[in-house]
Design a protein. Structure first.
Length: 235
């Protein structure tokens, strides 16, 4: 059976830098697409495998190609197809996928779509690879590589701890993004609805937003830009 990369990548995220170090080549037209061809693993089959890593969708897409004709070979994708040759192709694709995922992914402790989209955009915009420093927390640290300063923290928190004016079920956990801003901006923006006091951070120079769709990703990233620029300052 051919295993789905979505199933194999459960609770993991493909990492751009690790993919490139593994031999994947970035696509000129899209920074979210990287490609690698595998030949030796298909020795004796007359086939080679081209794998596309789609960072935006966090998945791997296989394409087995006949070396002589240049045409895609798709029979192995058909669940009812059987036989030694088809089985060898499926086995090899699964082995290659497993190796890529083990070598080129990082464990994700976050679950909300908006959290994962912010992480993806920070990697694309700033080259940030999120850090997961705490085993007992669902949290990702965003660090400026040049100064090593934090510019963001995404963390799962129970809603009863957030000081929201409209409080959902207190047992419900959501994910928030903490960002560095000037004291003037924090005083102006924090209203308990759109932006809330920073959780476990300096509340005079940090604020937080809930990643539940109340803000568009464009709005969120405009504030991430501010925090990143502040983290670039040495003092």
């Amino acid at each position: 059976m051919l295993l789905s990369s979505l199933e194999l990548l459960k609770n993991k995220n493909l990492d751009r830098k690790l993919l490139i170090s593994h031999g994947f080549i970035p696509d000129e037209a899209s920074s979210n697409l990287l490609t690698k061809s595998f030949y030796s693993e298909f020795s004796g089959t007359g086939m080679y495998l081209k794998v596309e890593a789609l960072l935006k969708e966090n998945t791997l897409v296989p394409c087995v190609i006949d070396i002589e004709t240049g045409d895609p070979y798709t029979l192995y994708l058909t669940t009812k197809a059987s036989g030694e040759f088809v089985g060898k192709i499926r086995f090899t694709v699964n082995e290659i996928f497993a190796d890529i995922i083990n070598s080129c992914s990082v464990k994700s402790r976050l679950s909300l779509c908006q959290s994962l989209e912010v992480l993806s955009l920070c990697e694309k915009r700033y080259g940030t690879v999120p850090e997961y420093p705490w085993d007992d927390l669902q949290a990702a640290v965003l660090r400026n590589e040049k100064t090593r300063k934090w510019y963001g923290l995404i963390i799962a928190v129970s809603t009863d701890k957030l000081g929201l004016k409209v409080k959902p079920d207190p047992s419900y956990k959501t994910e928030i993004l903490l960002l560095h801003h000037t004291k003037e901006d924090v005083a102006r923006l924090v209203d308990g609805v759109n932006f809330i006091p920073a959780w476990h951070m300096n509340k005079k120079s940090w604020l937080a937003c809930v990643l539940d769709g109340r803000h568009t990703v464009d709005v969120i990233m405009s504030h991430v830009d501010i925090s990143y620029n502040l983290s670039a300052k040495k003092h």
